[in-house]
Design a protein around this ligand. Structure first.
Ligand code: NAP
Length: 290
């Protein structure tokens, strides 16, 4: 690690809990690679201490930070400004200091889009399916809207939450329509869909044998369809293994994690972030070192 001096600038992540965050691993690898005088540390902040923590950060000159669960929504009223992307998602994951106070955005959208954009599909004809309607699904909806997908189908298990989810988009500036569906409907929807995104935690370590999609359903997808799992541990998940067996293109959640972090670092240090260095640091930590 580079030498920390009296001039080293402070970045970090707030969460509760924050011990499992992978951001320090990839951010410090990038900081070292860039040779900039910063350090990125985890800050455990309980929900009731959020405002105090922000005041403290301003006092000690923290330059910027990431916010994770449970602070992504709660932090919004404490910021002086948020971007339109963060407004649409309804959550902030990246904050930086400005002359008038803290400004926030949501880089999960950039992260989610990073492995899709190079694929150059006719996005304005694609009707994606999103499994799950939690926090990550919101960034996915905004990303798919940005790509130009006109209609986004969301599958969830709680009719009340699904109704609220749909309403929130109907009342927004999203340039796509969102339809909501029960899990029973999934099998009948997939033959029309060239992209399915898992935003549920089903299949995550240690329950790696689980998949949100029944194995028989994969046969019904168009052959050029894409299966995208936001989960990065394990990689590939059972969901992606089954999809690959049927010839679908698969994408895991690692690039999303890396490029949401890369976008945040670029805001803080105003230099292009070394995505590949960040990815390698994470792969080594996640899949090789343990
Ligand atoms: P969240 O807000 O808790 O949302 C999870 C969603 O999955 C909810 O809609 C939940 O339904 C649904 N769900 C959970 N268990 C289910 C089950 N057994 N059957 C059906 N539906 C189920 O979590 P999140 O923050 O959106 O994160 C979701 C996943 O995305 C996690 O695996 C997380 O690691 C991953 N993620 C990855 C990245 C990345 O950078 N790669 C970024 C963010 C998140 P209910 O609302 O009905 O409970």
């Amino acid at each position: 690690m580079s030498i920390i001096t009296g001039k080293t600038k402070l970045l970090g992540i707030i969460g509760h809990p924050v011990e499992h965050s992978l951001s320090p691993v990839m951010q410090n690898a990038a900081i070292e690679h860039l040779g900039v005088d910063y350090i990125y540390v985890p800050f455990p902040v309980k929900p009731e201490n959020l405002a105090t923590a922000l005041h403290g950060f301003a006092t000690i000159g923290v330059m910027g930070f990431n916010a994770t669960i449970p602070h992504k929504q709660a932090i919004i009223p404490l910021l002086s400004e948020i971007t339109t992307t963060a407004q649409l998602v309804g959550a902030v994951n990246t904050v930086w200091r400005t002359e008038t106070g803290w400004k926030g955005t949501n880089t999960d959208v950039i992260g989610f889009l990073s492995p899709l954009k190079p694929l150059k599909r006719p996005w304005n004809t694609i009707k994606p399916i999103i499994l799950g309607n939690g926090g990550a699904a919101r960034a996915v909806v905004v990303g798919l809207g940005e790509l130009g997908c006109p209609e986004i189908a969301v599958v969830g298990r709680d009719p009340d939450k699904l109704g609220q989810f749909k309403q929130s988009w109907d009342d927004s500036t999203l340039n796509a329509s969102v339809t909501v569906h029960s899990w029973d409907e999934l099998s009948g929807m997939v033959s029309e869909s060239q992209l399915i995104v898992n935003t549920t935690p089903i299949g995550m370590f240690p329950h790696t044998e689980n998949s949100p999609v029944d194995r028989n359903i994969w046969k019904k997808f168009p052959k050029n369809a894409i299966a995208y799992d936001l989960i990065y541990n394990p990689s590939p998940t059972q969901f992606l293994k089954d999809a690959q067996q049927q010839g679908l293109t698969i994408i895991d959640g690692l690039d999303m994690l890396v490029y949401q972090g890369a976008a945040a670092l670029e805001i803080w240090v105003q230099k292009p972030a070394p995505g590949e260095v960040m990815s390698q640091a994470l792969k080594q930590y996640l899949y090789l070192d343990r």
